[in-house]
Design a protein around this ligand. Sequence first.
Ligand code: ZN
Length: 293
Amino acid sequence: MILDLRRFGKALVIDLDNGYSLLIHLRMTGQLIWWDEDDVTSDGGVRASFAGGHPSENFVSELPNRQTRVILHLTNGTLFFNDQRKFGFIKILPTGEVEKDAFVKKLAPEPWAMTADELFMRLTKHKNSTVKSVILDQSVVCGLGNIYADESLWRAGIHPERKAGEVSLDETEKLLFAMRRVMEESIEAGGSTIRNYVKADGTRGNYLDIFAKVYGREGKACARCGETLLKIKVGGRGTRFCPKCQRKSGKMKDSNLTRLETDGSKKTKVGDCLEKMEVGVCLEKVGAGDKND
Ligand SMILES: [Zn+2]
């Protein structure tokens, strides 16, 4: 029996009543798909009630498929662990040892558990690395995958290739708020939209098109300034950004881009614009998938 579900950054922990836990990490191409036996389609088939992780073409259409590595049969449904590139893992360990696990121990706090000053200090420690690579490092800040990182940097107006040590405290604050909002909004919208996504055609929906402002949108217009979005590699990861409103120099005027959070009176033009932006969902509820980086 499952006693509890816990999350440590991008890892999911399932605590069982036999004193053991499953520590699951999806890494780049992992997927978790839950089939609830009571959730049947009109023709009597079982529907994938929940899906998380790497959004591939055959995500939920055919199960098990060639990428299925583990199938967990539970009393009221089935959990599939798919992983194309096999970077993900499921580890079985005594529940009392989960927090002592080397992987869990090295995780930094999540954006909600960190102040801007703390993130700034952490960025400074990696001052010569690109900011994109640094925020993907789970020992610096925990929970961001490739998609969240790009979306957060876009929201904060920071070029992904900037040196972490050149990001100002003010920019770090914007980045921290952007991280929180990107993650919150995608988690909140998660379940129901994934259900719709499955209904639509059984293969692949447009949830990322709705949620993402830069992910998968290279060649299209920036939602903020209209400039054509670009895709480059940063630290080996596919990276999307706007060359106009994500400046490399960091010398942007405050009037162009400042605070985007909490205090309405301090909100400026771009802040207002960001407030209004519609953010939907991405399938990163558990891990950080990336379809083609
Ligand atoms: Zn732009």
